[in-house]
Design a protein. Structure first.
Lengths: 295, 640
């Protein structure tokens, strides 16, 4: 029983982070039809922003808030500088562009900041464990689950009820029609990128709160898994990102519990392999992006 | 002599002349371009290498790495260019090729030190490189085939991400499988003396030969067709998955060969050498050169090899100041990553300014020798032996329905087309005519009802199977293979219909189809550059080249002027008369339908409301009601 609760917390914990990341990817995909490879670097950008602000003695929560906004603005800047000149080109071109941007950012982090990890002091209340009956659960994990679900609910409310959120959904459903009814493409796309950056920031906060450091390739591993999770969920629908993210979380937690210690190094490889094999059976994801597959 | 006999005699005359030209040219245009490009590039590379060695411009190692980069880039470009899926995962094959060759060539004494736990028969092996390379290629082909089973099901973004997943998996396995790779530590003292010029150059020749050969095949043309317009490619009977699988696997083998050579040129390998930086380098090579062309990939590899050397030298030069010099009061930083960031920026520059790369997606031969091949076909002549549809063939639907969600687009449509007749399908906008064609040709699933092709139950057949069993179609919104020439568009269908036909003969037959539709002087034009009316003609040519029993035309006259419409009428009558094709004509030009069709069906709101002879239809009250009711203020022609 104790193990099961720990397992459940691990699933929710990992799943929530991947779902946030995958959501960020899908929000942009809905507008421009490509998956942003530099999404992981937005996590890293959040991490460095947090690192420097804490270094300047900003209170932790203010620093977190500012860093999330910073990550969102970085995403907007990325769109403005790199993707907007390529508007209208094939998704493949945009994908490769984001791949190149990600590579450039890696080097900038390495040379401009440091190739080594920078420690981020985590507030007292996030370290340590609490006990529920006879079960130990790390506070950071509980924090993650709470924050992630709060963010998901906030996002849901935003998309469902705010004017901006509705225009975002309309534009994702049909870009051209949305423009015809007067939704400004550039504003909606900027909004999508801001949301995606902010979601990456929240995910990075949760990721870092359990690891306590930031380094140039911080975002790489979570991002590649989130990319595949997004595809597995189905790119057409934000719900798909949730399914994909939690499926991935469940898979990873299961392998973590099942794999013997000497094979744990292969965990990520096995997770990726299983995800890719899953795609063989449902190439269009759990929520198929194309409801009418070719016969 | 009857008209048919006359045609036959002319056919024989044409065929006789063709025998002579066929013996002169076994190749079609595509193979000739590939052959000539290969014949230019290989000597060109050898000349660059020899010149650089003699003049000492570049060292031996750099030149060898250049050749290896060419092999790898050509391998990657072969898949990515042909399929349009830019793979980020091929460096994993590069790594596998490197490790596998090294297992066999590393001295046993060293292996029992570095890789003590590996299987004994490998540990004791001490092979030469030419012996180990085929093993590495084989391993890469096998792993390529396994991963190809996944990739072939994915498209666009999903395929790229999956390929990126592959490189991450490979990296993690390289690091984790300490028994075979020594983990993060490197394998060193790899016998570099094995990497001799004969080995390198013959590998290069094999790789270029294989790549250009594969690019010249009909499989490559079919895959390019799928890349441009998958739905249309399926509608002429091209099965996309097998071609993606084939090219993925073959390119894995080529990149593996490059990896095996690489290990023996540099002498030290570690997982980090087969990861993101190498991926960037390969991607920048093929993007820079223009990744749809093999020549482009090779030239991109040459340029990037030298550029990388310059970047690295600059890095080292700047690095020598690190910590010792100051600029503006700051200590000079240790510069690294200059190469990586230059590659990133280079990719961005190419994508912004010239996305089709240096060679503009064209092979060298095309750039150097402009102009198409000779046209030996007389206008209107057709030598398609045996294309005569069995008069008993029929295409039938009964009770065919299609719902989208809760919306009924077609309900209970029963219709029949016999060989040798033209049947019209008309109805107001939104009546479900295109949906009907899409269900009938396998682009959509039927919700209920049956489709019979020649009496055979075909309701669940795929678009590919239907196309191969005699259903040809055109699209209302034209779907051509835009990056192929007019001629190649038609060859695609010819080679599906007659796979055994030699390349030259397939090309000749395609020219004959073009001649029939008065397109032969535009054979060498890219399909995307055709005028709108000609695009419609080309779609019909492509569908006819499949030699279908039934031709389903979705508003072929849309956008045609009146003289073109007249030509279309003549053509349709002719193909029905000459080949006995059954035509299902969906058309808004009611005058044309009334004149051409033997029978007419009328669809309204997804239901058949009338069928019969043109004269009956034009006086049918329901039909008039449907048209007038829908578009009351427009003038309509419903017969004389």
């Amino acid at each position: 029983m104790a193990e099961f609760i720990q397992y459940l917390v691990a699933v929710l914990n990992l799943g929530a982070i991947y779902a946030l990341l995958a959501l960020g990817l899908v929000v942009v995909f809905g507008q421009l039809g490509f998956l942003n490879f530099a999404h992981g670097d937005l996590m890293t950008l959040f991490g460095y922003a947090l690192f420097f602000m804490i270094g300047w003695h900003t209170p932790f929560w203010l620093a977190v808030l500012l860093a999330i906004i910073f990550a969102g603005l970085c995403a907007v800047a990325m769109e403005r500088i790199a993707f907007r000149p390529l508007r209208g080109r094939s998704p493949m071109t945009l994908l490769i562009t984001s791949f190149a941007i990600s590579g450039a950012l890696h080097v900038i982090f390495q040379v401009g900041i440091s190739p080594r990890s920078k420690p981020i002091p985590i507030p007292e209340f996030l370290s340590g464990y609490i006990t529920i009956g006879d079960v130990f659960v790390s506070r950071a994990q509980i924090f993650t689950v709470v924050v992630a679900f709060a963010s998901l609910i906030l996002l849901r409310l935003f998309l469902a009820h705010s004017r901006l959120g509705i225009s975002l959904r309309a534009s994702a459903a049909d870009f051209d029609v949305a423009r015809v009814v007067g939704i400004q493409a550039n504003r909606v796309i900027a909004l999508a990128f801001f949301l995606s950056g902010a979601l990456a920031g929240v995910a990075a906060l949760l990721w870092i709160s359990q690891r306590g450091a930031v380094f140039p390739a911080l975002g790489l591993t979570p991002m590649i898994k989130a990319l595949i999770a997004a595809i597995i969920g189905g790119l057409a629908n934000p719900k798909g990102a949730l399914y994909g993210g939690f499926l991935l979380g469940a898979l990873e937690a299961t392998l973590l519990f099942l794999l013997p210690d000497n094979l744990v190094v292969f965990r990520d490889a096995a997770v990726l392999l299983l995800l890719i094999i899953f795609l063989v059976f449902r190439p269009n994801g759990i929520i198929a992006s194309n409801p009418e597959p070719m016969r | 002599m009857s008209e048919q006999q006359e045609t036959l005699v002319q056919d024989q005359a044409v065929a006789g002349r063709d025998d002579i030209s066929a013996s002169r040219a076994f190749f079609d245009q595509r193979s000739r371009e590939c052959l000539i490009s290969g014949a230019i590039i290989l000597p060109l590379i050898c000349a660059i290498v020899a010149f650089s060695l003699l003049t000492n411009i570049a060292g031996r190692e750099l030149l060898m790495l250049g050749c290896i980069n060419i092999i790898a880039a050509v391998g990657l470009g072969l898949f990515s260019g042909t399929s349009g899926i830019l793979s980020l995962g091929h460096v994993s094959f590069f790594g596998i090729g490197a490790y596998v060759t090294v297992w066999f060539t590393l001295p046993p004494a060293l292996k029992s030190f570095l890789l003590a736990d590996m299987p004994a028969f490998v540990r004791e092996a001490e092979w030469s490189l030419p012996l180990a390379l085929p093993v590495a290629i084989l391993v890469c082909l096998v792993i390529g085939a396994i991963s190809g089973l996944v990739i072939m099901r994915l498209r666009d973004t999903s395929a790229v991400i999956a390929s990126f997943g592959l490189i991450i998996i490979a990296y993690l396995v390289f690091v984790g499988a300490k028994v075979l790779t020594n983990g993060k530590q490197s394998l060193y003292a790899i016998p570099t003396e094995y990497a001799t010029w004969p080995v390198i150059v013959s590998s290069l020749a094999v790789a270029l030969g294989a790549a250009f050969f594969l690019k010249s095949t009909k499989a490559a043309r079919h895959l390019e067709a799928t890349r441009d317009e998958e739905q249309a490619s399926r509608s002429i009977g091209i099965e996309p998955q097998i071609n993606i699988f084939l090219f993925w696997t073959a390119s894995a083998g080529l990149v593996g060969l490059a990896g095996g050579l690489y290990a023996h040129v540099v002498g030290v390998i570690s997982p980090n050498g087969f990861y993101l930086e190498k991926t960037f380098a390969l991607v920048v090579m093929i993007i820079l050169g223009g990744y749809r062309s093999i020549s482009g990939c090779a030239i991109g590899a040459i340029v990037i090899t030298f550029a990388e050397k310059v970047f690295r030298n600059t890095e080292e030069y700047l690095g020598s100041f690190a910590g010792t010099e100051t600029i503006f009061g700051f200590e000079f930083p240790l510069v690294f990553g200059l190469t990586a960031i230059s590659f990133s920026i280079l990719i961005l520059i190419v994508l912004y300014l010239r996305p089709e790369g240096l060679l503009g997606y064209r092979e060298l031969a095309v750039l150097l020798f402009k102009g198409g091949g000779s046209s030996a076909v007389q206008s209107g002549q057709l030598a398609t032996p045996g294309y005569k549809v069995d008069i008993r063939r029929s295409l039938e639907t009964s009770g065919l329905s299609k719902t989208f969600g809760g919306l009924s687009a077609l309900s209970d449509v029963s219709l029949r087309v016999d060989a040798g007749e033209i049947v019209g399908l008309i109805g107001p906008n939104g009546a479900g005519k295109t949906t009907f064609i899409n269900v009938l040709t396998g682009n959509l699933f039927a919700s209920s009802g049956t489709i019979l092709v020649g009496g055979q139950e075909a309701t669940s057949w795929s678009a590919v199977r239907l196309a191969r069993n005699g259903l040809g179609r055109t699209y209302q919104n034209i779907r051509l293979f835009t990056s192929l020439t007019v001629l190649e568009n038609v060859i695609c269908a010819v080679t599906v219909k007659s796979p055994a036909l030699s390349r030259a003969r397939a090309q000749k037959r395609a020219r004959e189809w073009l001649a029939l539709l008065n397109l032969e002087d535009k054979a060498a034009v890219l399909a995307s550059n055709l005028a709108y009316g000609d695009q419609r003609w080309l779609e019909i040519a492509r569908a006819l080249a499949l030699e279908p029993d039934f031709l389903l035309l979705d508003e072929p006259a849309a956008g045609m002027n009146s003289s073109e419409t007249e030509e279309l009428k003549t053509l349709l009558s002719r193909i029905v008369r000459d080949f006995g094709v059954g035509v299902l004509l969906v058309e808004h030009d009611l005058k044309m339908v009334m004149q051409l069709c033997n029978r007419i069906y009328v669809l309204n709101k997804g239901e058949l409301i009338a069928d019969g002879q043109p004269a009956e239809i034009s006086t049918n009250a329901d039909v008039i009601e449907a048209y007038v009711g829908e578009e009351g203020d427009e003038e309509h022609y419903l017969g004389e």
